[in-house]
Design a protein around this ligand. Structure first.
Ligand SMILES: NC(=O)c1ccc[n+]([C@@H]2O[C@H](COP(=O)([O-])OP(=O)(O)OC[C@H]3O[C@@H](n4cnc5c(N)ncnc54)[C@H](OP(=O)(O)O)[C@@H]3O)[C@@H](O)[C@H]2O)c1
Length: 326
């Protein structure tokens, strides 16, 4: 098969198209003929050598694909050869074939092309498990999403609005703020020209927000705590700001009964990811099939041009997802 490998840790140019032996599905896995593979920020971290694949995962980058099932491993009863699926992976998506645990596959939503479907799994699983499961966001509550124009942010805004929450989102330009508002955010906050704590206080009449999904970390953490309402939840899932430590005032956590939590999706077991898949299928698939929410595909690149896709991602010019097409 054709694959794109990380020849050595480094800049986008280290991504090299190569021939690799076809993967063989193990027990409980399916082999997928890949139509398209989503690009995610964790792929960039892996390429730089900062996010190694978990034990047993493919060394190839790629956390999500969509395609057609070509072969079933032993013990797979829920899928048939020829089914159109999208799948969450621990790696291996930057290739024309990949093996995926059957429990991490979902049917491509009815009426959706496979390029769009490839942009679903990583962000929808991550947003589901962090915003609605861990973060317990309810209809009528208010959420603040940092990085509102990111793959994660565009998914979080749409899902939260579709489920009846009020949404505020930060982004790095006025144009990106307007894109967040077009997706349903009540107010985009340009973090380069506005203080998000002040805007949150203004918009919520001093109350604060119920949930914050933070991909920035570092000195955002103390400011997040200042922007949370009583019983608010802070869920940290990334460190785009570069800082993995923070100094915070615990009196605020005690006094306002706040929860600070976070998670990473990739190292979780197939069983846990299968549970997230089942919840996403039950709660989110109807929204995707009705068109109430959709992955925002900003640009596609041929698989061989994965380096150009990574350059675009690192420029942060995009709004939504970048997808590789085989
Ligand atoms: N924990 C998990 O399970 C999990 C899973 C998937 C992704 N993630 C994390 O979620 C984040 C988003 O991933 P993605 O794939 O959606 O990435 P993405 O589409 O590339 O978006 C990242 C966005 O972050 C913003 N940004 C960059 N530097 C920033 C800074 N210093 N301060 C504030 N914002 C900054 C950029 O937009 P602006 O123009 O607004 O700056 C950029 O568009 C990443 O940190 C990733 O590692 C976590």
């Amino acid at each position: 098969m054709l694959a794109v490998e990380i020849s050595t840790p480094g800049p986008p140019e280290v991504l090299k198209p190569v021939e690799r032996p076809d993967p063989v599905p193990r027990t409980g896995e399916v082999l997928i003929r890949v139509a398209a593979a989503g690009v995610n920020r964790p792929d960039v971290l892996q390429r730089r050598g900062a996010y190694p694949p978990p034990p047993g995962a493919s060394d190839l980058p790629g956390l999500e694909v969509a395609g057609v099932i070509e072969m079933l491993g032993d013990g797979v009863a829920d899928w048939r050869v020829g089914d159109r699926v999208c799948a969450l992976l621990s790696g291996g998506g930057y290739a024309t074939l990949c093996a995926a645990p059957a429990a991490q596959c979902l049917p491509a939503p009815a009426g959706m092309d496979l390029v769009t479907a490839a942009a679903i799994p990583e962000t929808f699983f991550t947003v589901w498990t962090n915003v609605f499961d861990r973060g317990r966001l309810l209809a009528g509550e208010t959420a603040l999403f940092h990085g509102g124009s990111s793959g994660i942010g565009t998914t979080a805004i749409q899902l939260a609005v579709a489920r009846g929450a009020r949404v505020l989102a930060t982004a790095g330009s006025d144009e990106k703020c307007r894109a967040c508002e077009q997706l349903g955010a009540e107010r985009g906050i340009n973090y380069r020209s506005e203080d998000f704590v002040d805007v949150v206080k203004q918009v919520t009449a001093g109350r604060g927000v119920d949930l914050i999904l933070d991909i920035v970390g570092g000195d955002y953490i103390a400011r997040d705590l200042a922007a949370l309402a009583i019983e608010g939840r802070l869920v940290v899932i990334g460190m785009m700001g570069g800082g993995d430590t923070a100094t915070i005032d615990f009196r605020r956590i005690l006094g306002r009964r706040l929860t600070v939590t976070g998670s990473t999706l990739r190292p979780r077991s197939v069983e846990e990811k299968g549970q997230i898949a089942a919840a996403v299928r039950r709660e989110v698939w109807p929204l995707l099939e009705s068109g109430a929410v959709k992955p925002i595909v900003y640009k596609t690149f041929p698989l061989r041009d994965a380096a150009a896709a990574h350059r675009l991602m690192e420029s942060s010019e995009h709004v939504g997802k970048i997808v590789l097409v085989t």
